[in-house]
Each structure stands twice: as C-alpha cells, then as structure tokens.
Ligand binder design. Sequence first.
Ligand code: HEC
Length: 164
Amino acid sequence: MISIDKAEERLGKFRVVVGITGLWITVCLSSCGPASEAPRSNAPSVQADAPEIASNPVHIPAPKVIPVSKETHRVYQWYCAQCHGVKGHGDGINASHLVVPPRNHAKADYLETRSDQQLFDAIKLGGLAVGRAPCMPAWGHTLDDETIQSLVRYIRELCVCKAL
Ligand code: HEC
C-alpha cells in the first residue's frame, strides 16, 4: 500500500499533466479556427438576412433590370461555375456528378423559350419551384434580388438571346 503523501504527490503530477494537455488542445483548436475560416473572406458579398421564401413561391415579381457588373461575374464564378462551367457551357467540375445536366447558359435554343421572370424564379427558388430538377439549388437565402436579376442579365449575355 502507498502512503497518503505519495498518493497526493502522484495526484499532483497527474493534475499537471492533465493541465498541460488541456492547454495544448485549446491552443491547437484556436489556431485551426481562423485558418479554416480564411477562404470565406473572399466570398462575394451576399445578403446576410435574405427574406424567407414564401410557401407558394412562384411568380415573385423580379426587381427592375439590374445591369451586369464585375460583382455579377464574381458571383457567377463563385456560386454557379462549379455546375454551369466557367463560361456557362454546362460543363462545371460537378456537372458529371449530377443526374440532370446543368443548363448550358450559352445555348439560345432553350433559353429564348424562357422569360426573364422564369429564370429569376429558377435562380431564386431553385429548379423544383419551376418544374425543373432539384439539383438546381435555390439561391434566395444566399443572394439578394438585385444580384439575381443581374445574373439573369448575365445569362442573357452568355446565350446572346432575348427573353420569351
Ligand atoms: C449544384 C449544381 C448547380 C449549381 C451550383 C447551380 N446550378 Fe443552375 N442548374 C443546375 C441544373 C442541374 C440545372 C438544370 C435543371 C433542369 O434542367 O431540370 C440548372 C438550371 C439552371 C437554370 C435554368 C432553369 C430552367 O428554366 O431550366 C438557370 C437560369 C440556372 N440554373 C442558373 C444558375 C445560377 C445563376 C447559379 C448560381 C447562382 C446556378 N444556376 C447554380 C445545377 C446547378
């Protein structure tokens, strides 16, 4: 049997080891945080408090025409290009993993059969809301209406086509 003194001495050493380990874990965790957050700061500006999407979402009137800007290009490259491709040809890096191929935004055949409002709804509310595939995500929680409207204008530039 060990004496009480020895037992206390051991307990003391144990506490020191636990303390140091805890300190290291804290240091490691806190140093991982900012590093993993860093790439997010490059994200184009998005609306922090985008409005809730109504339960019957279709036919939300699109805001007035918003011209294409550098920010529109940035948003497209950041949020759309992985599926629709860097130039909108429907050949993004994720395209081959989707059951339904992403729309080719440079192809007029289909896009000139759609109104601007329909494109706006598809982007804001997602594919499912306009009778298309659900793998076209809804962006209404991420992008504000003006940004979405400028994306509609950008798609019209890519397809060099007019609305229905
Ligand atoms: C996860 C992949 C993915 C991402 C990211 C994505 N899309 Fe799509 N998108 C699709 C797919 C798949 C379709 C085709 C849906 C169909 O034909 O049923 C589509 C279709 C569309 C259409 C045509 C809708 C219609 O009437 O057929 C528009 C417009 C569109 N996307 C715009 C965008 C924009 C703008 C972004 C970026 C903000 C974006 N998409 C991001 C997958 C994606």
